[in-house]
Design a protein around this ligand. Sequence first.
Ligand SMILES: O=C(O)C1=C[C@@H](OP(=O)(O)O)[C@@H](O)[C@H](O)C1
Ligand SMILES: C=C(OP(=O)(O)O)C(=O)O
Length: 426
Amino acid sequence: MKLTTNKQGLSGTLCVPSDKSISHRGIMFGAIAHGVTRVHNFLRGEDCLSTLEAFRALGVKIEDDGEVITIHGKGFEGLQKPSAAINIGNSGTTIRLTSGILAGSNFSTEMYGDNSIAKRPMARVMNPLNKMGAKCTGKDGGEYPPITITGSENLQPIRYEMPVASAQVKSAILFAGLQANGETVVIEKEKTRDHTEDMILQFGGAIEVDDKEIRIKGPQTLHGQTVVVPGDISSAAFFLVAGLIVPNSKITLENVGLNPTRTGIIDVIKEMGGKITIEEVGENNKSGKITVETSNLKGIEIKGEIIPRLIDELPIIALMATQANGVTVIKDAEELKVKETNRIDAVANELNRLGANITPTDDGMIIQGKTALNGGVVTSYGDHRIGMMLQIAALLVKEGTIELEKAEAIAVSYPNFFNDLEKLYT
Ligand SMILES: O=C(O)C1=C[C@@H](OP(=O)(O)O)[C@@H](O)[C@H](O)C1
Ligand SMILES: C=C(OP(=O)(O)O)C(=O)O
């Protein structure tokens, strides 16, 4: 599709879409709890709809009246063998977290997805789940989907030092730990998003978190709850950066989730000298209103423990860095290579095609600042976050047009992205 270019000024207020991570988990916790769970503000993006359909296929009654999702959970033991292999589409979160839930089942489930999922590594979840007693195998005995999870009703607890910083792996082990006989201990490599831990408590479970060490005793019974999903800071990120780099702009984003394990991008914007104000308005200071305006930014180094707190925002942060004064270096982000596409290569290839100067490295990128962007033909590689980043890049292109291939991928996490952008044209 042809992208909007050459914008001089974006202004207005947007309510960003609901959080993808919490929407997935709302369905999952509702399915494994006993009783009724209601999820308000569920994200109707393709990934979360894949989770909804996966749990219907596992025999859970889930109603959608167009507003609220109502899940009639009957506990882990209420899950039933699906009549066919489950298609989880493009969603890494669905396949990995559901593996942990199915680890304690008394049946086998096959899960598969699209061409991108077929290349995403699964050993990271299969290894710990196999250690606990499940039997997980990938295609041709390898680690890639389709995967088959054969559960065990006699799961054993483990002490597991995670080799990667991943909330999906941690969550899969915690879901299995809820079903195991005894105490499972997970030690994180770096602290990652903690929505699963929060929701275990919200659903009446018990879990102890001491920095990177998490302890969970099984078996536990959870109880249905009401979940109100806040806005997704990972979706807000595209408009936060647009407001900072498009000349003469001022944008306010409402109801943005501000869980501290997700707010690395705010720290980066502040360190780069961006004009950003945050009014915390939600319950427990966990969501708020953020305003950004066009700013003179400076290049910085982004590495270490902050990386998992902004992992999905790195493509749009890289674009921001192309407009800053000086060089920005991103390190310790090798996980970007195993997302929907290799996001290090995708960002460097596509932005360089438009005139940026980005050197991909083994664990990140080196980004030269103050580069002018020109028109051209680019692709999202079927990756929603690359697609949205390229539309924000297009706003800076003064001459020529930009054609984006595979733009439809954006519906994975932000179906109304282009409509929301249009609301900001002055
Ligand atoms: O737990 C989650 O909801 C997610 C965890 C992250 O993945 P990893 O755990 O693979 O880092 C993130 O990239 C993904 O978009 C959502
Ligand atoms: C990596 C992502 O999601 P998932 O792992 O669920 O496919 C993402 O949304 O950027």
